[in-house]
Design a protein around this ligand. Structure first.
Ligand SMILES: N[C@@H](CCC[C@H](N)C(=O)O)C(=O)O
Length: 296
């Protein structure tokens, strides 16, 4: 493996990522290496690590099959090194990197992900990305009860929640009026029942008005983050579902600690996420130093 890796640090509404270009597909971005890069004290630091690699060089056949539609694969890992199928904020930062580097020059293009091909377009200063199709985790239970899961927060009675898949798994909590959003303790992972087999991201949502919610998120493989793009989509979908108005072409503003995202609900379970993307630093990682463990 190369001893030095170039990287770019970026963020979308303060959900931050380390992008590692691997233009010839030679880098073995293992879970321990990704976790070391994402480490905020001994590494570069980020909520996730994104390898930028030609789609045809991906190890997964299902990803390589996307090569006729998308030249570049967003190989996403969480800060703990685990793989994720999708990252909404990451898609915009990935798109900004591809354009800055001249790897894509059009205003609209597609990117390959573990959740399939996603279409990106320039949208003002930022990007809009189609993240659909979404689906409810347990549609029959959700249609009958309005909820299909319970989430335990703090020492309070469990809260009703809805499971939404946006390529990756989400559980959205409808926080009752009596509980302040800022007061919820997200220093540890909320317990979700039934326990999701592959884990879940948990969004806690407070409606602010028509088409407008405030949200905090505990991300699978990370902890509390300042934003989550797929989580914002899940929050808008769940809130619309509870209001009985899905698939209406509505636009939602989702306020997160790191800023504001816009979510458009489209027909046929489509959903589009729009927001900023910033590339803030470039550098070089010394792999030997990064992986050297301090002696006690
Ligand atoms: N922050 C991302 C989601 C990243 C992956 C997530 N933690 C998971 O494991 O599914 C976003 O903006 O969507």
């Amino acid at each position: 493996m190369a001893e030095r890796l170039t990287f770019t640090k970026g963020h979308g509404t303060e959900n931050d990522f380390v992008l590692v270009p691997d233009l010839d597909g030679a880098l073995d971005l293992t879970a321990p290496l990704a976790a070391a890069i994402a480490d905020r004290r001994a590494g570069v630091g980020g909520d996730g690590v994104i390898r930028v690699v030609p789609t045809e060089a991906a190890s997964d056949q299902a990803v390589r099959d996307q090569a006729p539609h998308a030249r570049w694969f967003m190989d996403y890992r969480n800060a703990d090194g685990s793989l994720s199928e999708m990252c909404g904020n990451g898609t915009r930062v990935f798109a900004a990197f591809l354009r800055r580097e001249g790897l894509e020059s059009a205003d609209e293009f597609a990117i390959a992900t573990r959740a399939g091909v996603k279409h990106v377009r320039v949208d003002g200063d930022g990007f809009a990305v189609g993240l659909g199709p979404w689906r409810l985790g347990d549609p029959a239970t959700a249609q009958r009860d309005g909820f299909d899961a319970l989430v335990h927060l703090d020492d309070l009675e469990p809260f009703s929640a809805l499971t939404v898949d946006v390529g990756n798994p989400h559980t959205v909590v409808a926080l009752p009026e009596a509980v302040a959003l800022d007061a919820v303790d997200l220093t540890t992972a909320p317990a979700v029942r039934p326990e999701p087999v592959h884990g879940t991201n948990v969004e806690i949502v407070r409606p602010l008005g028509p088409g407008h919610v405030s949200m905090r998120v505990f991300e699978r493989g990370v902890g509390e983050t300042r934003s989550c793009g797929t989580g914002a989509c899940a929050a808008a979908i769940a809130t619309s579902f509870w209001a009985g108005s899905l698939d209406t072409g509505s636009t939602w503003l989702v306020d997160v600690p790191g800023g504001r995202l816009t979510v458009r609900l489209l027909p046929d379970h489509g959903v589009e996420l729009a927001g900023p993307a910033a590339l803030v630093a470039d550098g070089v990682i010394d792999i030997a130093q990064l992986t050297r463990r301090a002696q006690p």
